[in-house]
Design a protein around this ligand. Structure first.
Ligand SMILES: O=c1ccn([C@@H]2O[C@H](COP(=O)(O)O)[C@@H](O)[C@H]2O)c(=O)[nH]1
Length: 237
């Protein structure tokens, strides 16, 4: 299990960078981390990321690189140059690609980003794995990919809360388990399939909780974040 309270990473999935900036301005500084994904990065560009990095925010650049090793290595080098706190790739890219990504972030020296690999997306279920030809259920497939990521020298993986306990047992306390698909009780499931409440994910041993719509679509996002943080603080882990 994680020995420190997990980070909350707010997923800034906005089409308008100004809306993202306004939200970040409302958030208690340093009380959470920020996640910039594909939509916001394509619309806002690297300057947006640099703005928050310079302001002292820990930024997870969630672009889920998956390509030939040379391309992923160069993309991870570019992410490292931006000064982000965390960056990710798809474990399905295989060991050669994962090792190229690791070499790129390590070339940045001591102040390098954490490098994590997506195992099985939280929007996937057994039928999705069957559809795309991945053997086993989500736990089995995530377990194989997480072991590959660890063997390739990565710092952790993205998985659903449902896999956290099993992965923690096998991969040790230091390996980062970053969990999206987090839904407070009663919140809309949206397109997520393998969901878990923040409290249950914390009890299972998640290192970081990625939360988007339950915060960004709330009437008062800062209050929604505070409510989740309070619930986590009351949870024994
Ligand atoms: O397996 C994965 C990997 C990444 N994500 C990302 O996390 C957020 C979740 O947003 P919600 O609004 O809380 O559903 C989103 O940016 C995804 O791209 C994921 O959901 N699952």
């Amino acid at each position: 299990m994680s020995q420190v309270p997990p980070n909350i990473i707010v997923a800034l999935d906005y089409s308008d960078p100004e809306q993202a900036i306004q939200l970040v301005n409302q958030l208690p500084n340093q009380a959470c981390c920020l996640k910039v994904g594909k939509e916001l990065f394509v619309r806002g560009g690297p300057a947006l990321v640099e703005r928050w990095v310079k302001a002292g925010w820990r930024v997870f650049l969630d672009l889920k690189f998956h390509d030939i090793p040379h391309t992923v290595e160069a993309a991870c080098q570019a992410a490292t140059d931006l000064g982000v706190w965390m960056v990710d790739v798809h474990a399905l890219g295989g060991s050669e690609m994962l090792e190229a990504a690791r070499d790129a972030v390590e070339a940045g020296g001591g102040d390098r980003p954490l490098l994590i690999a997506v195992t099985i997306l939280t929007s996937h279920q057994l039928s999705t794995l069957e559809e795309v030809g991945i053997a086993g259920n989500p736990m089995q497939a995530a377990g194989r990919l997480a072991r590959l990521a660890q063997k390739s020298g990565l710092d952790g993986v993205v998985c659903s809360g449902h896999e956290v306990e099993g992965l923690r047992d096998h991969l040790g306390a230091q390996f980062r388990l970053v969990t999206p698909g987090i839904r407070p009780a009663g919140a809309a499931q949206d397109d997520q399939k393998r969901i878990m409440t923040p409290e249950a994910a914390v009890r299972a041993g998640a290192s970081d909780l990625v939360i988007g719509r339950p915060i960004t679509r709330a009437d008062d996002p800062a209050a929604a974040l505070t409510a989740i943080q309070t619930a986590i603080q009351r949870t024994e882990f």
